[in-house]
Design a protein around this ligand. Structure first.
Ligand code: KIV
Ligand code: ZN
Length: 515
């Protein structure tokens, strides 16, 4: 055991957002960043400011809202990227610029069309320029996992000399195996003469399901920063999952020579927030944050756990934020109980008015649903947060007719830009009819990319949480809605997505942006 600090660098808002369809609005990014700050994440990579004006604004907003964590912006090793990142990060209490250039033979030859010496020169120039904005500069040799070791050593020595304070080793394509990757990190630390002047970091992708294993092997070999994402979100198969890295290091203190400073009880609330906002459901058997992660089904296991928890559990559910005490609220619960429970769930409101709005929703829900669980409260607060108060479109009422052998029909009343209007349409099912009825008035020319329903708790009176993903002209937005009636939840989610796209809050997806 040692007091060495393992720095946790969360890139949910940058690499996580590069998951196809996981785009987030500026306000959603700020909400996630605040949850990460509550969890005491050390560094929050908020985005790629040059990617689009929306990305720039989101990084700027996160930089302005976060006080305890360092806020980081990504930049290619290009002057215009670095200047844009430097500008976006100006409001930050503590900022970092993360600049990168590829170093593998295939990337240098086929993508960059540059000679190795030119790559070193550009990397050094980029780090020096970034140091003009902040003394906290991270450099990544992209595709380090497939780069030649001698060349990597030269690049790393040069960027540390130029002022890089963190050197991040990415396994960009998720190709490495744990023993190889650990050895790579150890060799770099041993061979680079000035390696003691920088923190070595790793950034692993999960193409072979090895992102967490590779990251942990690197930690055992000297890395002291891990880049990771909530729920393992990220480009293609994703990045190393923060919750798995952090809980492995905490649970196996007999093996790991370092500790994170995270408040692990924030893990589950944060996982739910990210999954709600992005519409990426967490698989039930996902380690730490899946609903089954602490559920014991077999009689032998249940018996063992009842006799002594340690027989089958290596962690305590409450240590990662599963509520041990599932206090149930109901229609007789008052504002105080509501506020106290939300506080226990680390949910805060910007103003008393926001709390009142959420409390009114809680009372509505309690009229329909007997018992309100923590999961219901979390969904309810997500929904309150969805209404920024300046919506162009609101769902006023919905009536649906669905009968065996008949074509379903929906009649919807919408509040559009200050006026109430009604329209009807038929569809292949009640949800389809509702969306079509909304489109009669809105004619959004959007394409539906995803429609998903999850029940928030169990039981037929559970709320359905719906995510709708729409695309228009390369812009992707996710809308969410929750209700005990899944057709109404669906219409709410559709309206929420339309508001995002129509109000032009949409941002180009980083992958679609002209970067
Ligand atoms: O996967 C990768 O190489 C990256 C870099 C920008 C660090 O995301
Ligand atoms: Zn990546």
């Amino acid at each position: 055991m040692s007091d060495d600090k393992l720095i946790i660098f969360d890139t949910t808002l940058r690499d996580g957002e590069q998951s196809p369809g996981a785009s987030m609005t500026r306000d959603e990014k700020v909400r996630i960043a605040k949850a990460l700050e509550r969890m005491r994440v050390d560094v929050i990579e908020a985005g790629f400011p040059i990617a689009s004006p929306g990305d720039f604004e989101a990084v700027q907003a996160v930089a302005g809202a976060i006080k305890e964590s360092t806020v980081c912006g990504l930049a290619r090793a290009l002057d215009k990227d670095i200047d844009r990142a430097g500008e976006a990060l100006k409001p930050a209490a503590s900022s970092r610029i993360h600049t990168f250039i590829a170093t593998s033979p295939i990337h240098m030859k086929m993508k960059l069309r540059m000679e190795p010496d030119q790559v070193i020169e550009q990397a050094v120039h980029a780090v020096k320029r970034a140091r003009g904005y902040t003394d906290n500069v991270e450099f990544s040799p992209e595709d380090a996992g497939r780069s030649e070791i001698d060349f990597l050593c030269r690049v790393i020595e040069a960027v540390i000399d130029a002022g890089a304070t963190t050197v991040n080793i990415p396994d960009t394509v998720g190709y490495n195996l744990p023993h190889q990757f650990g050895e790579l990190v150890r060799t770099l630390i041993e061979r680079v003469p000035n390696s003691d002047k920088a923190v070595f970091s790793v950034h692993c992708h999960n193409d072979l399901g090895l992102a967490v294993g590779n990251s942990l092997s690197a930690v055992l070999n000297g890395a002291r920063q891990v880049e990771c994402t909530i729920n393992g979100l990220g480009e293609r198969a994703g990045n190393a999952a923060l919750e798995e890295v952090v809980m492995t290091v905490q649970t196996r203190q007999d093996v790991f020579p370092c500790r994170t400073g995270l408040d692990t009880t924030q893990i589950v609330p944060c996982s739910r927030l990210v999954s709600g906002i992005t519409g990426f459901a967490v698989q039930p058997n996902k380690a730490i944050v899946g609903v089954n992660a602490f559920a014991h089904e077999s009689g032998i296991h249940q018996d063992g756990v009842l006799k002594s928890r340690e027989t089958y559990e290596i962690m305590r559910a409450q240590d990662v934020g599963w509520s041990a005490n599932r206090i149930v609220l109901g229609k007789h619960s008052g504002r105080n109980a509501f506020r106290t429970r939300l506080k226990d769930l680390s949910i805060e409101f910007e103003s008393e008015e926001d709390l009142n709005k959420a409390f009114a929703r809680f009372k509505d829900l309690a009229d329909k649903k007997h018992e309100i669980f923590d999961e219901d409260l979390q969904a309810l607060v997500t929904e309150s947060g969805l209404e920024a108060g300046n919506e162009w479109l609101k769902l006023v009422a919905l009536r649906v007719c669905s009968e065996t052998g008949e074509v379903p029909e929906a009649t919807v009343t919408l509040w559009i830009d200050g006026e109430e209007q009604q329209s009807s349409a038929a569809g292949s099912g009640p949800v389809d009819a509702s969306f079509k009825a909304i489109e009669v008035q809105v004619n959004s020319l959007t394409e539906l990319q995803l429609y998903s329903v999850n029940n928030i708790t169990s039981g037929t009176d559970s709320q359905g949480e719906v995510t709708v993903r729409l695309q228009r002209d390369g812009h992707i937005v996710n809308g969410q809605g929750a209700d005990t009636d899944i057709v109404i939840a669906s219409a709410k989610a559709y309206v929420n997505a339309l508001n995002k796209i129509i109000q032009r809050e949409e941002r180009a997806h980083p992958q679609l942006g002209d970067v």
